[in-house]
Design a protein around this ligand. Sequence first.
Ligand code: KG4
Ligand code: ZN
Length: 370
Amino acid sequence: MQNSLILAIDTSCDDSSAAVVRGQEVLSNIISSQSHAEYGGVFPTVAKQEHVKNTRPVVDQALKTAGANFSDLAAIAVTQGPGLAPALEVGIAIAKELALEHHLPLISVNHIEGHALSPLARPSDKLLEKNLDALKQSGETIFDRYFAKPVEQMEFPTLSIVVSGGHTDFILIEKIGVYHRLGYTLDDAAGEALDKFGRELGLTYPAGAEIEQLAKQGNSHKYPFPIPMTTSGNFNVSFSGLKTAVKTMIEKMHANHELTNQEKIDLCSSFQYAVFHAITYKVQKIQAHYHFSTIFLGGGVAANHSLRYALHQATERPIYVPYSMDLCRDNAAMIGLVASFKLERGEVLTSEVAMNGIERLPKWRVDATD
Ligand code: KG4
Ligand code: ZN
């Protein structure tokens, strides 16, 4: 891996993020979050306005935190898709402008490839201290030995599971840059299903982290939900049936009385169990057909310890997870990481004509070959 700094930008959804990376090492990863809680979801036009306002400041902050200038950079990287079209557009325009102004090559990156490789990111020494403290405080013990090694020492193929508010993908990583999407969600993403269930219970959006905390105290078998797609013969998942089942159950319970705290807690535990069981079920099925040595878990829901544990139990494979919550959620460090591999392979755009050819790709598949 070259010793080259990359400035990366991600504006794929509702967070404006910029980061500076050197290969797998993250020097800074700044995220400016938008609050869409009042809408209970993301509003594209609001997201766009916020990106216009916040992206340049996060770029400045990322460079400052990394102690870097434009003259230290080898390239600028940006998310080209998938994501919300109006949001993607802002990041791409700013990245092009900066690349041209500072005579730097531009690297376009697939956001899902970012999540898929995010467990490979390694914090700089300064960031590591901060993250180890957080890890100790979280009481996490079994995964600390799976911190990513330099990529040359990692074993492939690996199975990437990307679980977030927008995606649920199973991707076989043959090697860096060669991907096969084996399965995906036919409707809601796992995080979206958790968030919608949270809304039924009156929890704040997004609800995944709160559900995880409540679920710990509950009985996951109190309300047995059907595990979806077990007879489908493929590796896809679906959560809309589960969502309807829990909605109906809550409405029935509500018809008689206000839900008690214990009922809410048991519902969280049982629903979370059903969502994660649907995932581990398909992962075991994939394991019966494909060889993989390890699992890379990425996306916002990867923060969930029960999911990490369930996957480890189901597959007996090491589960590599991003080293911090900021690396799980939408962020630019994972985009920079992918870009450093692309830089090594010479996949960069250098001319103004080539850069102007970059269009947002809201539905770009991670395994698409042009
Ligand atoms: O990757 P991400 O930031 O962005 C989107 O794809 O939008 O993921 C956000 C998702 C939300 O659905 C949120 O509820 C979920 O990740 N999430 C969690 C946890 N923390 C965040 N889900 C389960 N357990 C958690 N601890
Ligand atoms: Zn994402």
